[in-house]
Design a protein around this ligand. Structure first.
Ligand code: ADP
Ligand code: TRP
Length: 329
């Protein structure tokens, strides 16, 4: 029997970590870690191969993501941090699920449809990406999967595949994980008002230097209300970002200033930049300390691979038995 895993999640190492990743995913990992030790957080490097075909870049972004997890406060004593490619059972289980998954289900997946809509010819890795993600999740039988709203469909596909598996083979190897989406921060807007995403180049990086944060914040799109006109905090991108980093008191004050026309967008942006810098500063400092400890970073990944591998190996043994890949004479 696998030990109980409270949660599993992961991020693809495809670029620098931004505050959308932080508030949409990492903050939730930190919150659950406090309450439930024993979760797993993955660096989804095999998924990154669908997008990045450059070894140096994959190594760089993998290291960046590890540093980000640790600098944000993921604690390897409480949460297993591991690299997907260190655990070969991910691709092994994927192959089993591939045989249970209709092509139609993959054709309806957002990542694939988005690629088609953009006129990019999707590779097969992108097409089957939700199947690998299902394997990532189900190998560990986690109680919950904390992710941003954009990942909801993928988790639903994982549930679909686990039901097909259990139904087809008549054994309940897998049980349904709970999808955990944070209501307030489900979608963090970027500087252009669209979802903050590396692919839109509208991100505020977790490790951006203060001057860069100021520059990016100054460019956030707003409507053209005059400094003294009343403004609607609920539709303002600047205000949406304040919600993430302001204290409750600061937010209440700003809310009133918006409605009374006591603050200009410029004033709100200056405050926001200050608050973002206040928030990211300690994270940047911890990252600098960690960078000076390469042996520690190596050890975190090695320990992570051993722990994750033990759980994944136990599940895969059950799967092999269930589907007939075991043979005893
Ligand atoms: P990107 O869109 O920049 O490529 P990823 O797809 O790598 O980001 O997302 C990594 C994690 O961060 C996922 O759990 C995703 O849901 C979350 N995430 C990414 N962008 C946002 C956002 N703007 N708001 C909330 N969560 C986000
Ligand atoms: N697809 C997720 C993303 O783009 C990353 C991911 C891969 C993941 N496997 C996962 C998230 C398993 C949660 C569980 O962000």
């Amino acid at each position: 029997m696998n030990p109980s895993v409270p949660f599993l999640s992961g991020i693809k190492p495809t670029g620098d970590v931004h505050i959308g990743n932080y508030f949409g995913a990492i903050a939730e990992f930190l919150r659950i870690q406090q309450q439930y030790p024993g979760g797993l957080v993955m660096i989804a490097d095999l998924h990154a191969l669908n997008q990045v075909h450059n070894a140096a870049e994959i190594r760089h972004t993998t290291r960046e993501l590890l540093l980000s997890y640790l600098a944000c406060g993921l604690d390897p004593a409480k949460t297993t941090i591991f690299r997907q490619s260190d655990v070969p059972q991910h691709t092994e289980l994927m192959q089993v699920f591939m045989s249970l998954c209709g092509v139609g289900l993959m054709e309806r997946a957002h990542a694939y449809k988005d690629a088609l809509a953009k006129g990019v010819e999707p590779n097969v890795g992108l097409f089957t990406y939700p199947i690998l993600m299902a394997a990532d999740i189900l190998l560990y039988k986690p109680k919950s999967v904390p992710v941003g709203k954009d990942q909801q469909q993928h988790v639903e596909i994982a549930v679909d595949l686990l039901e097909r598996f259990n139904h087809t083979y008549g054994v309940k190897v897998f049980s349904e994980p709970r999808l955990l989406i944070q209501a307030d921060t489900g979608v963090v807007p970027g500087t252009d008002g669209r979802k903050m995403s590396k692919s839109y180049q509208n991100v505020i990086g977790l490790f951006d230097e203060p001057e860069l944060i100021q520059k990016k914040v100054a460019k956030i799109t707003t409507d053209s209300k005059l400094p003294t006109e009343p403004k609607d905090p609920d539709t303002c991108n600047v205000f949406a970002l304040h919600r993430l980093v302001a204290t409750a008191h600061e937010l209440a004050e700003l809310d009133a200033d918006y409605r009374k026309g006591n603050i200009s967008y410029k004033g709100s942006k200056d405050l926001l930049a200050e608050r973002l810098i206040r928030f990211t500063e300690p994270i940047r400092e911890r990252r600098a300390e960690l960078e000076a400890k390469p042996a520690y970073l190596q050890e975190v990944l090695e320990t992570g691979a051993t722990r994750a591998g033990a759980i994944a190996g136990a599940t895969m043994a059950e799967v092999r038995e269930a589907v007939g890949l075991t043979l005893n004479f």
